[in-house]
Design a binder for this molecule. Structure first.
Ligand SMILES: *Cc1c(COP(=O)(O)O)cnc(C)c1O
Length: 453
């Protein structure tokens, strides 16, 4: 994966090398953190208290001149790298022509081109249409609106460990109390949570997980909610904030078949797993899933805010004219950026890059799991990988060890994110254009951190 990273980072090339010139955080970042404290609402947390000067390829450079290895991609957003050449070129060109007209007032071609790409790239060869929005949560909200309108039903089924956003409806769809929902109720009604096929924590073991979990889900929908009251089942094909849980093989196809049989709209939330991240354009493809609707955001536009709902034309067309929209949805600069990001994904074959990252990382993570009993599970696909940390000898989640491991990585110049219902998952989301040498160096830092636990 020798990478012409200089071509990918726009402007002066950012050296693809980790470099620490101060402690982390450095003095300039400490100063800025004090200003943040004084001016930014407390609710906005900070994973790593360093302020960024520039970023590109697999490197984030801070204001003190430290160059950090990026294992986060701004939470699975900059899959094509930061300031990727085609993103900068197309967005800049658009900026000089016009910045906004509102797609609902006077439309523009870029909006159509993004919808055409979404129709081509998402699973299934049926007729598709899209609506463009600003954020992932807004996409999920719109998918629910559309599914309810189409089915004339109200109930929405979601899963344990699911994450769908921070607006009122998407908080209701999200499983985890702290920090996402705590104190923010009351939540939207007609949301029902059912079990997720979580192989590592399935009580009767991973082998029976898919079948048993699907049976429970189907029974709960049938007996407690009513299949013909159910508008939509919303599911992440690989769960993001819930801990990179890969549903046991066979679970999703069973749920999809049940949804189809009962006229329930199957919504795949691919906001984190989509756009090449898992080694395919969309994670749904892995088990041949063809969702009725698919929500995308994060990786779609190389860092500019854009989101979409894409799906069967007859479902997408259900709502009346004027029923969907928003002032900024499908902003022309964000659309241009998305076209640049998609161009980059095609040109560099980023699904293949994601598979290569898995090839490099997964065996190494598995070897670490053999050596360190704190690693209870290694999972994920492509460049969406994770380790779950537990108290040695059992499966009790160990969020303290996870925090210690992250702190070690941060001090050593590796930007690592944690996640999971129990706060005990270290997740790896490198930009898909990362240098292999940086990937290996990041793993070395992780290994040293595990040895220190
Ligand atoms: C991040 C995320 C969302 C919310 O997206 P925002 O852009 O933060 O609103 C929804 N679903 C999934 C699966 C996500 O990972």
């Amino acid at each position: 994966m020798s990478d012409p990273t200089t071509e990918l980072t726009g402007g002066p090339a950012l050296p693809q090398k980790r470099r620490l010139v101060t402690e982390i955080p450095g003095p300039r970042s400490v100063e800025l953190m004090a200003r943040k404290q004084a001016t930014v609402a407390n609710g906005i947390g900070t994973v790593m208290p360093v302020f960024v000067r520039r970023a590109g390829g697999g490197i984030v450079e801070d204001v003190d001149g430290n160059a950090l290895i990026d294992f986060g991609s701004g939470i699975a957003v900059t899959s094509v790298g930061n300031s990727a050449e085609a993103v900068v070129r197309r967005a800049t060109e658009q900026l000089t022509r016009f910045t906004h007209t509102c797609a609902m007032v006077t439309p523009y071609e870029g909006y159509l081109e993004v919808c055409e790409e979404l129709a081509r790239l998402t699973p299934g060869d049926h007729a598709k249409k899209s609506v463009l929005l600003n954020s992932g949560a807004e996409a999920v909200e719109n998918a629910v609106k559309i599914a309810r309108y189409h089915t004339k039903r109200q109930a929405v089924v979601v899963f344990e460990h699911g994450y769908h956003g921070r607006t009122n409806l998407t908080m209701a769809l999200t499983a985890k109390d702290m920090p996402y929902k705590h104190g923010f109720g009351p939540f939207a009604p007609e949301i029902y949570r059912v079990p997720m096929a979580y192989p590592y924590r399935w009580l009767t073991g991973p082998e029976r997980c898919a079948e048993e979990a699907a049976a429970l889900v189907i029974e709960q929908i049938t007996k407690q909610i009513g299949a013909d009251n159910t508008a939509a089942i919303v599911v992440e094909p690989i769960l993001g904030e819930g801990g990179f849980i890969v549903p046991a093989r066979g679970f999703l196809p069973r749920i999809a078949a049940f949804a189809k049989e009962h006229g329930i709209v199957l919504v795949a939330d691919e906001i984190q797993s989509g756009f090449c991240r898992t080694g395919q354009w969309f994670a749904s493809e892995d088990e041949g899933l063809v969702p009725d609707l698919i929500t995308t955001a994060k990786g779609i536009a190389g860092g500019l805010p854009l989101a979409a709902v894409t799906g069967r034309a007859e479902i997408m067309d259900a709502a009346h004219v004027g029923g969907l929209g928003g002032t900024y949805g499908g902003n022309p600069v964000a659309c241009a950026a998305a076209l640049g990001a998609i161009e980059t994904m095609r040109e560099l074959d980023l699904p293949a890059r994601a598979r290569r990252i898995e090839e490099v990382m997964l065996p190494r993570l598995r070897a670490l799991a053999e050596r360190f009993p704190a690693i209870g599970d290694v999972r994920g696909r492509g460049a969406m990988l994770a380790i779950e940390l537990v108290r040695p000898g059992g499966k009790e989640p160990d969020p303290a060890a996870t925090a210690k491991l992250a702190a070690h990585c941060h001090r050593s110049g590796l930007l690592l994110l944690t996640t999971g219902t129990y706060g005990n998952v270290a997740r790896f989301l490198p930009p898909l254009v990362i240098d292999e040498a940086l990937l290996t160096e990041g793993l070395d830092i992780l290994e040293a951190g595990l040895a220190k636990l």
